[in-house]
Design a binder for this molecule. Structure first.
Ligand SMILES: [Fe+2]
Length: 168
């Protein structure tokens, strides 16, 4: 081990992990999109939790609470992975709006419309995560890939549960 590697103030300290510095920046950008998607979905899920009406109110109200609670914790995990890669985590609504393809929507809707909206948004998030996983594996970042695979599995289960509540 070189003397330089022992210097805690050295920018590469703790990051000699086999991932190239330029790849870490790109990986952090891909994770920034995942963070933005998760935040947008978190806000919209909480909106449905508050505003849904109709005969399925209790079921939707309870399921959306479970979902936004999970995403609240995931947001922190994703942001901290960006920091572990050495980059700053995006932390503003403006940046989330720019990074995510999930559109802000706060209009009166039926319960069915709300569920359909959330399903489409989860599917958007899953698609971005899938591309990010392929990219991470290509750059040897198996830690991020592993985290994203777990997130995708959770979002796929969320889609199933939301679909099961629709009236189609
Ligand atoms: Fe609540």
């Amino acid at each position: 081990m070189s003397v330089e590697a022992l210097n805690v103030s050295h920018p590469e300290f703790g990051r000699k992990t086999g991932i190239k510095p330029e790849d870490r920046t790109e990986l952090a950008k891909a994770l920034g999109v995942v963070l933005a998607d998760t935040y947008m979905l978190f806000i919209k899920t909480q909106g449905v939790h508050w505003n849904v009406t109709g005969p399925a109110f209790v079921s939707i109200h309870e399921l959306t609470e479970k979902h936004y609670t999970n995403m609240y914790e995931a947001i922190d995990e994703i942001a901290e992975r960006i920091r572990a890669l050495g980059e700053k985590a995006p932390a503003s609504y403006t940046k989330y709006g720019e990074l995510s393809e999930i559109e802000d929507k706060d209009e009166p809707q039926t319960a069915h419309d709300m569920l359909t909206m959330l399903i489409a948004d989860h599917e958007t998030a899953i698609a971005h995560m899938r591309s990010a996983v392929e990219w991470c594996e290509g750059k040897n970042d198996y830690v991020t890939a592993d985290m994203l695979i777990a997130r995708m599995a959770w979002h796929e289960e969320a889609v199933w549960m939301l679909k099961a509540l629709t009236t189609d």
